[in-house]
Structure formats: structure tokens, C-alpha cells
Design a protein around this ligand. Structure first.
Ligand SMILES: C[S@@+](CC[C@H](N)C(=O)[O-])C[C@H]1O[C@@H](n2cnc3c(N)ncnc32)[C@H](O)[C@@H]1O
Length: 203
């Protein structure tokens, strides 16, 4: 069941990639929920995790050296250049894109196919501008590791395409089939602006 013990699921292949990007680093987990994935990040080698959520969660004292819980809204988080982990972000405006702006690396886990929708158009607008350091698709959810900005055109990933085209649902198979034509990041700028306005109005 989604949401218990967590929304995000890291497949063994995805765990290998996540480990590579967090090993020995300080990571900020945006929307940590019940800390299930936060603890997995620690088990995979993160040096320290700052877990953020608007809902309270209890942190066991023996983890206090490696885990800090920030009980606050994303919009109240100071910007951070740290590696950010974002699993199944809400699809209503949560302000998550604000502290994420300065992150040098964003590890996204989520699903925009099969009737699911993670993240707002505003969040996807910022993610699409970044370079892709790794992409590990899976039926359960896709893992995408983003680096810093890439100002030239690149191909859209299935999650990015589905986040932009919200007028219908796509199946995982449909968007992940070899040779699927999903377009590039530099197209449809007018459409992006219209979609961001709709986001701001929560429509
Ligand atoms: C769908 S859950 C995902 C939880 C976890 N990352 C996972 O994959 O299981 C989204 C989480 O984001 C938190 N959240 C939503 N909006 C937020 C906001 N504006 N500020 C802080 N946390 C927020 C929710 O409380 C919830 O725990």
C-alpha cells in the first residue's frame, strides 16, 4: 500500500545509484514523512540527514548525531547547497521549489504515470532545466538524479514529459518503451508559463 511504510520505494538498482551520490555527504530529505526513506539514506551511507516535514515525527535519541529533524514548511527552510532527496513530492503547491533552488544535486523519486502525479509544474519547470546525472526507471517509481543547470536542449525523461502534459494519464509502459518520442527541454516555453500560472492558482 502506498504511503505505508512509505510512498517511495528504492529498488536494489536504485539503491546502488543513490549510494553513489550520498556516500559521506550531508543530505536534506524534503518531506520525510515517517522517516522510512531517511533511515534508508543513512543506511546507504549518508553522513548526516536533515529531514524536513511540516508534520511532526519522533527521532530516536541514538540517531541524534546523524539525523536532524526540521519541523517546518519547505518555504521556511533556508536554502541549501547540499544534496537534496525528494521522494513523492505533493502535487499541490508546497513551496518545495524555493529551498531546492540552490541544491547542487537533487535526487528525485516518484511516479507521474499510471494515475499518479508527483510534484507541481513549478517544481518540474526547475528540474527540467538541470542536467541528468542518472536515471533508473522502475514500475514502482523512477529515480532521477539531477545536477546543476543545463541551458541547452536535452531530451525529456518520461517523468518530465508526463509532468508537462497533464491533460491525460500515461501508462508506465507507454512512456518507457524504447524510442518513445517525448520531445526536448527547450520547447513549449509559453505552455510552461501558462501551466505555472495554473499551478499558482492551484487549478
Ligand atoms: C506523499 S508524502 C511523501 C513522504 C516520503 N518522502 C515518502 O516517500 O514516503 C509528502 C510529505 O511531504 C510533506 N509536506 C507536504 N507539504 C509540505 C510543506 N509545505 N512543508 C513541509 N512538508 C510538507 C508531507 O507532510 C508528507 O510527509
Amino acid at each position: 500500500v502506498r504511503g505505508y511504510p512509505s510512498w517511495g520505494i528504492l529498488t536494489p538498482e536504485q539503491q546502488v545509484v543513490v549510494r553513489k551520490f550520498i556516500k559521506g555527504r550531508r543530505v536534506r530529505d524534503y518531506g520525510c514523512g515517517n522517516l522510512y526513506l531517511t533511515l534508508q539514506l543513512l543506511a546507504l551511507g549518508a553522513r548526516h540527514v536533515e529531514a524536513v516535514d511540516k508534520d511532526p515525527v519522533k527521532v530516536t535519541p541514538y540517531l541524534k548525531d546523524r539525523l536532524t529533524f526540521l519541523h517546518r514548511a519547505f518555504s521556511d527552510c533556508p536554502p541549501s547547497i547540499r544534496t537534496a532527496f525528494v521522494s513523492w513530492p505533493d502535487n499541490r503547491d508546497s513551496g518545495i521549489h524555493i529551498p531546492l533552488r540552490d541544491a547542487t544535486c537533487i535526487i528525485y523519486l516518484g511516479k507521474n504515470t499510471d494515475g499518479m502525479m508527483c510534484g507541481t509544474r513549478t517544481l518540474w519547470e526547475t528540474l527540467r532545466r538541470r542536467r541528468v546525472l542518472a536515471h533508473v526507471p522502475a514500475k514502482e517509481n523512477d529515480l532521477i538524479v539531477y545536477g546543476t543547470a543545463k541551458l541547452t536542449n536535452r531530451r525529456l525523461l518520461p517523468e518530465e514529459f508526463a509532468s508537462r502534459t497533464r491533460d491525460r494519464w500515461y501508462s508506465h509502459e507507454e512512456l518507457h518503451r524504447p524510442g518513445a518520442r517525448l520531445g526536448g527541454t527547450m520547447k513549449s516555453n509559453t505552455r510552461d508559463i501558462v501551466e505555472m500560472l495554473l499551478d499558482a492558482l492551484n487549478l
